[in-house]
Write a protein of this length. Structure first.
Length: 86
């Protein structure tokens, strides 16, 4: 039940995101979705040391969730990769 609630909350947050704002935030942090595969982005967000390296530890929880969703949705191995320079 708790997992279902968290999933619904995450979906609600994600649907309210502005793709432009999140893309700009990612760019400001030097994060480009297509530079890593989905599993690699999952590792970044699951490791405190890696999150600090990218400055993710300073973000509010809702921005962090939106950014993670954006990076994974456009990762190198996704259906819609976003690669720098294209």
């Amino acid at each position: 039940m708790k997992k279902l609630f968290l999933s619904l909350v995450s979906i609600g947050i994600i649907t309210n995101l502005s793709a432009n704002n999140i893309a700009n935030l990612a760019q400001q942090l030097g994060l480009y979705p297509g530079t890593k595969a989905t599993v690699q982005w999952e590792r970044v967000f699951s490791n405190e040391r890696r999150m600090k390296r990218y400055g993710l530890d300073r973000l509010a929880y809702d921005k962090l969730i939106k950014l993670k969703y954006y990076l994974i949705e456009h990762a190198a191995d996704s259906k819609q990769p976003i690669v720098p320079g294209l």
